[in-house]
Design a protein around this ligand. Structure first.
Ligand code: ZN
Length: 183
């Protein structure tokens, strides 16, 4: 168990941005999402992938405007036949990090495009955020069509299931956050 713990620490530290003493300006970062990235989250559905994440960050005093660009693939499992396939991801997401002493703000950090951080924070860890954004970049329902494959189960019998309304992405993220116990 000890070795797993060390691995988690190692993996998360790859997704940190040092902000202590950083002068105002625009900075470019690059992150790689690979199989190790997913281990910390112990997700049943998302375990493999290779995604390059380019991130541009503009720092202006206590405000950090960031823009993420995802490019790569994630392995998904077909909801119907459980076959696996690589789903291509091209996705952009913007997020603002804001320094705040308001402890209520620091506790919430949900339901908004703003993440509050403590003014004394030395770094921003974006591991969890990247995981959440990947969920926003993939469809609610996974079928073999997404991998340009034929499903090994005849879908004609399952039309009623397919007619279910898809909730908006943001509802999905909120649900996800509460399931993960993020606060
Ligand atoms: Zn399938």
């Amino acid at each position: 168990m000890q070795s797993l713990k060390l691995k988690e620490v190692h993996s998360s530290s790859l997704y940190e941005i040092k902000i202590a003493g950083l002068p105002n300006g625009t900075y470019d970062y690059e992150f790689i999402i690979d199989d190790l990235f997913f281990e910390v989250f112990k997700s049943n559905s998302l375990t493999k992938g290779l995604v390059n994440v380019g991130m541009e960050m503009n720092k202006n005093s206590g405000l950090f405007h960031t823009s993420y660009q995802f490019s790569g693939f994630i392995e998904l499992i077909c909801d119907n036949c459980l076959n696996k396939g690589n789903f291509p991801i091209q996705y952009q997401h913007k997020m603002i990090y804001k320094m705040s002493l308001d402890t209520e703000n620091l506790k919430k950090n949900i339901d908004s495009d703003i993440v509050f951080i403590h003014p004394n924070a030395e770094k921003i860890n974006i591991h969890q955020e990247l995981f959440d954004y990947i969920h926003l970049a993939i469809p609610m329902r996974t079928t073999c069509e997404l991998f340009s494959k034929d499903c090994s189960i005849d879908l004609n019998n399952f039309n009623e299931v397919n007619d279910k309304e898809t909730p908006p992405y943001w509802e999905k993220l909120k649900k996800l956050k509460s399931e993960n116990g993020t606060s």
